[in-house]
Design a protein around this ligand. Structure first.
Ligand code: GDP
Ligand code: CA
Length: 325
């Protein structure tokens, strides 16, 4: 077994070497990425993370999805929320609020340290990918985590109440406005970070984690469209929708408001031009045939990840499925 890869406890290495690139958003993506990191040695897993949610708040550069993935891999994430830090305190934001400042985006004290140091380094001229690499080292993360781009990409929610910056919609307005569509400002000129395309090129398969298709995965697919590798390596997605509902967050509501009935099949259809395989939950077994008709192979397993063992089991299922394609 490769020594020193994150948290691997008694899990045998895969019999066949598989180099995987995982596309991830925040909470859902981080959980599967964590599972994959239990099984794959560091050199065989690259996680490419959405930065469309990034924004500046209180003068700080905040990267919600990147931090969720890193905190999760490092074992520093708050297990209750899935985002933010474990054993967090809230002194800074509470005092910002007392002073009349914007406290709608909750930043914990430990988390603020991340944003402070990241902001300082960005102002010095370092790139987000260099900073992420250094932070991963400091947090003991052995697998490669890459922001999708060093250029700013900003997800804009086009809603019945006009255009809203992503965090304005997601946190401040609690996803209440009805979505009509999305725009990824800056995406046209945003190149993938160094190492991302190379990792995809070298990978045996791409895993699209169970992240929000509209606002977590689509921004990454806009920066790194997988069409050019079509037919050369399988792309496999895991459904973030179970039994017509999102486990967490507005994914199902977004499908609904865009006039698409939320379901695992709707997610498969969303990605159909790039998918070789789709992993759906046992609760959605009745959709398997419908998905197969899209010319996509299927695997039906338990996809709910409550504990680390669920994450590792799902990662194992995904790798096994990839091996069968
Ligand atoms: P965010 O950026 O923090 O909103 O995170 P993501 O986009 O990565 O994840 C949100 C999606 O993850 C939602 O659509 C959830 O339904 C999905 N999700 C969260 N936990 C799980 C899980 O345990 N299993 C599955 N299949 N999906 C999950
Ligand atoms: Ca996010």
């Amino acid at each position: 077994m490769t020594p020193g890869y994150s948290d691997s406890k008694n899990h045998p290495p895969p019999a066949v070497r598989r180099r995987i690139v995982a596309f991830a958003g925040g909470v859902g993506g981080a959980k599967l990425a964590h599972g994959l990191a239990q099984i794959l040695p560091p050199e065989d897993l690259t996680i490419i993370v959405n930065t469309g949610d990034d924004f500046e708040h209180l003068g700080l550069y905040v990267c919600p999805d990147l931090d969720t993935v890193c905190y999760t891999l490092a074992g520093l994430a708050n297990p209750e929320t899935g985002w933010g830090r474990v054993s967090e305190t809230w002194n800074a934001i509470t005092n910002v609020e007392k002073l009349g400042g914007p406290a709608w985006f909750r930043l914990g004290d430990q988390d603020i340290a991340t944003h402070l140091e990241r902001t300082r380094r960005l102002k010095e001229g370092q790139t987000l990918s260099q900073i992420t690499k250094d932070f991963c080292k400091a947090w003991g993360i052995k697998h490669t985590v890459l922001p999708m781009s060093d250029a700013p990409v900003r997800t804009v929610v086009v809603s019945d109440e006009g255009e809203l910056a992503f965090q304005e919609y997601f946190v401040h307005r609690r996803c209440e406005p009805k979505v009509k569509g999305f725009r990824f400002d800056g995406v046209a000129g945003a190149e993938a970070v160094v190492g991302a395309r190379e990792a995809v090129e070298a990978a045996d398969a791409i895993v699209i984690c169970p992240s929000n298709p509209w606002v977590s995965v689509d921004p990454i697919l806009n920066v790194i469209p997988l069409n050019e590798w079509r037919g050369t390596k399988p792309v496999v997605a895991v459904s973030p929708i179970i039994g017509g509902k999102a486990v967490k967050g507005p994914a199902a509501k977004m499908f609904d408001e865009l006039g698409i009935e939320p379901s695992a099949a709707a997610v498969a259809s969303h990605y159909r031009t790039i998918l070789a395989g789709f992993v759906l939950d046992k609760a959605d077994l009745n959709m398997e045939d419908q998905i197969k008709k899209l010319n996509i192979e299927t695997r039906v397993v338990n996809t709910l990840m409550n504990h680390l063992t669920d994450r590792t089991r799902l990662a194992d299922d995904v790798l096994d499925f990839i091996g069968s394609l």
